[in-house]
Design a protein around this ligand. Structure first.
Ligand code: B1M
Length: 215
């Protein structure tokens, strides 16, 4: 059931202000009121971080405010992660996720990881600045059905292409589905680099991952 947006306004405000104790307390309150962890992410954290990004672009916020909001988000995930893990029984599939080489942005990627976990997927998050070799090693280590690549910089988008080319060279592209996302990425770009799918938001990445599994 969708939760009215105003029920999460305290949480969104606390994240936007980078107030860690208030964010954690608002998350506990929302969960006690019956808000589902995935709704807390898609209707609380996601719009709050989108607003933080907007404030930064408008010159209202600077790097310290960004980092405080990111920290508030991370602390909420400490509460949510075990709840998201409990929600599903047997994972639907194993997703390896990472921000591509040269790129240190992880807020959006972390939201994608949390939404996928909430949607019943097992996620191995390789973190940021992930080289093609590290992605390949993760895919070879144990069965993986989907690889997710995130990029936030126009200068690191080509690393998505390099990573997909490395999968091809390693002979593993046919074994996995590749999904890409991140603010500068478009479906046209995804198609041009040979990705199997593109998702604009963390919430939409769950449907995309399901579609890729069915394909
Ligand atoms: Co950076 N940065 N940054 N930054 N930063 C941007 C991206 C930028 C647009 C800001 C600007 O100048 N207007 C700009 C890029 C310009 C460009 O490429 N043309 C930029 C720049 C230039 C830089 C530096 C180069 C600045 C410098 O040092 N001179 C530097 C680069 C460092 C590096 O990566 N090597 C840098 C550094 C940083 C911080 C460290 C300060 C911080 C990151 C902190 C962190 O992530 N832990 C930061 C931040 C926070 C931003 C902005 C303000 C916000 C990004 C964000 O977290 N948004 C950003 C401006 C903006 O986007 N408004 C900016 C909220 C987040 C929820 O959205 O990540 O888009 P997003 O994720 C969405 C979707 O895109 C999607 O789902 C998410 C939720 O729905 N999604 C996926 C993301 N990945 C997906 C993967 C999927 C599917 C969906 O499938 C696998």
């Amino acid at each position: 059931m969708a939760i009215p947006m105003q029920d999460l306004s305290a949480l969104r405000q606390a994240v936007i202000e980078g107030d860690v104790p208030a964010s954690v307390s608002a998350a506990h309150t929302a969960l006690e009121k019956g808000v589902q962890p995935v709704d807390l992410i898609s209707q609380g954290i996601s719009p709050a971080m989108a607003e933080v990004g907007k404030l930064f672009e408008e010159g209202e916020y600077f790097v310290p405010e960004l980092l405080m909001a990111a920290r508030a988000t991370k602390e909420i995930f400490v509460i949510l992660r075990p709840l998201l893990a409990q929600a599903g029984s047997k994972p639907m599939a194993h997703v390896v996720l990472g921000t591509v080489q040269g790129d240190l942005h992880d807020i959006g990627k972390n939201l994608v990881a949390a939404m996928l976990e909430g949607g019943g997927f097992e996620v191995t998050d390789l973190g940021v600045d992930v080289t093609p070799e590290t992605f390949i090693a993760a895919v070879k280590k144990r069965p993986v059905q989907i690889v997710g690549l995130s990029a936030l910089l126009t200068t690191t988008m080509p690393a998505m292409k390099t990573t997909i080319e490395a999968f091809r060279a390693a002979g593993i592209q046919g074994q996995i589905k590749i999904m890409v996302g991140g603010a500068p990425v478009t479906s046209k770009y995804a198609e041009s680099i040979g990705a199997d799918g593109y998702s604009e938001t963390a919430a939409a990445s769950v449907d995309l991952a399901r579609r890729l599994l069915e394909a």
